[in-house]
Each structure stands twice: as structure tokens, then as C-alpha cells.
Design a binder for this molecule. Structure first.
Ligand code: SF4
Ligand code: SF4
Length: 113
């Protein structure tokens, strides 16, 4: 059922008369993993571990895999777990997963694990 402005309780529509433009953010591809090129040996263990086939091997030997399908990542972390080199790869969680909560009483911020 569609309500008129009056029925919905909005009597004064004059303040809504202005034209409004929305400018969407530029769409950018997700970047689920970040490699440290100085540490990565290009062994491709992360690529082999990925069930979503996010990576393909780098044609340059010794270089990190290439992220081909970033939007397929579901952030399970297997690639990081399987990497034999500490710090060579880390997950880059999307913004919506980076929520920090704040306790009003103490001001402490924390993430839900
Ligand atoms: S987090 Fe999971 S899905 Fe995403 S790239 Fe790593 S292994 Fe693949
Ligand atoms: S598993 Fe680690 S060292 Fe091997 S290619 Fe992936 S990030 Fe590089």
C-alpha cells in the first residue's frame, strides 16, 4: 500500500523540494591479500591452499602470485596459514569487517573475535 505524504505523517514537503545528487564512490577491486615482496619466495603454497582460486602463479620466478579473482575471496585465511614465510602475506580485510567497538565506560576499543 502506498501512503500519501499526509498519511505518512510528513505534512511539509517543501524542505524536500531541492534536487539532490548522489555521487557514488569509485568502484575499485578488492585486494584480499597483501604480499611482502621482500620476504615472499614465490613458492605458491598460498595459491595451492586457496579453495577459491583467487591467485594464479606469477610468470616471474620468485615473485608473489598474482591476485586474479579478488572478489572470490571469503577471508578464511588458509593462504596465510599455509605460507612458510612469516610476514610474506597478510589478509587485507574489507572495511566492513574492520569494525571496532568501544566500551562507553572505559573508552577501550576492541574487535569481536
Ligand atoms: S583468504 Fe581464503 S579465499 Fe581468500 S585468498 Fe586466502 S585462501 Fe583464498
Ligand atoms: S606461500 Fe608465502 S612465500 Fe609462498 S608464494 Fe605465497 S606468500 Fe610467497
Amino acid at each position: 500500500m502506498r501512503l500519501t505524504a499526509q498519511e505518512s505523517g510528513v505534512n511539509d514537503m517543501s524542505k524536500y523540494d531541492k534536487q539532490v545528487y548522489a555521487k557514488p564512490n569509485q568502484v575499485t577491486p578488492a585486494r584480499p591479500a597483501i604480499f611482502n615482496e621482500d620476504l615472499c619466495t614465490g613458492c605458491n603454497a598460498c595459491m595451492a591452499a586457496c579453495q577459491a582460486d583467487v591467485f594464479i602463479p606469477n610468470p616471474v620466478e620468485g615473485k608473489p602470485p598474482i591476485i586474479l579473482f579478488p572478489d572470490e575471496c571469503y577471508y578464511d585465511g588458509c593462504c596465510v596459514e599455509e605460507c612458510p614465510v612469516e610476514g610474506a602475506i597478510r589478509l587485507n580485510h574489507p572495511l566492513m569487517q574492520k569494525v571496532r567497538w568501544k566500551r562507553k565506560a572505559t573508552g577501550e576499543t576492541f574487535r569481536v573475535k
